[in-house]
Design a protein around this ligand. Sequence first.
Ligand code: CA
Length: 408
Amino acid sequence: MNRLPHILAGTMLSLGIAAAPAFAQQTGTPVETQAPNAPDQQPAFNGQTRAPQPAQVATIKTEVVAEGLPHLWAMEFLPDGRMLVNAKQGAMHIVGTDGKVGPEIANVPEVLANGQGGLLDVALAPDYATSGKIFFSFSEPRDDGNGTSVASARLVPDDQGGGALEDVSVIFRQMPSYDGNKHFGSRLAFGPAGELYVTVGERSDAEPRVQAQDLQSGLGKIFRISQTGEALPDNPFVGQDNAQPEIWSLGHRNLQSATIDGQGRLWTVEHGPKGGDELNLPEPGKNYGWPEVTYGVEYSGEKVGDGVTQMADTEQPIYYWDPVIAPSGMAFYDGDAIPEWKGAFLVGGLVSQGIVVLHMENDRVKHEERVALDARIRDVKVGPDGAVYAVTEQRGGGNSTIVKLTKG
Ligand SMILES: [Ca+2]
């Protein structure tokens, strides 16, 4: 048990420290009770970690709506209420509203299904209803190694619950390639003007990961591209020498969580080092620090670099977790079925084995709530019915299930 947050909270309460007007520091008990991995590190501002739980939480009822699925990495709702799912090994399927999984969709390109690599995220084009177009990311085997790539295709369902991809086209490749099997990211998220954000990783190993700070490298970045893969003309590094014009922000570690909020802004949660997962609101051209500035420590327990948690010209996370939750997919909740969650971010936790609910106020985390699901959560989506759907996985690649969450 770590008692520090309780002591701090109690001290602030008794001294009556004035809260900043933009964000009222809360004084309840944090949901996290385990000792931190980096006990000497201090947050840059109140409420940046271990936010208290809400005074009252919604009672949540869970129901398995599909089971016996292959090891899934991502899911997306089709307009008819069925689910399009990506299996990590390289297969795409449609799951019916009855929970039955259809045959493998034809023409999915070859993926590197090794380590953290495989068929990764899937997203429907904003005009999917008329175009049938989808986008997906995957670990692409290449002549000079491998890397995260994004493809578009037309999904043509058949009447047996399967279908095929047509006009498959790789629109974007994270470069350079690297011969490894870790930190591919990735998530795909469409902004309000149809711009496509692509999040990736920095390939983990000591040599490639420093490229997260290098604008000539696509490792450890968020990209913002058109639906045909070009840099958008108002991207921050367009026209700058020695910079990839598709880059939106830099200094990221491994981004497997991204969503768009009610104002059309991109939010991400990235896998940090041990004790350093972080929530960001990535802004154009800004540097999110990795691997020079971060919370947490190496898996070995050593400092990351110089062990610096704050530095000029690098952005502080909006929030961080020590110990980590191991984030997967995330969703912005704007449904009505669970009113207590309106405006919250729902983040899947692999290690935390459930959904982390971040109740926001003025772009800070006001409360952190957790819904335990006793399974590694790989993706989270809000359904057309306003219910929340969580994709589970088993470490090492067993079957996945899809769990529906509603108000109990
Ligand atoms: Ca950071």
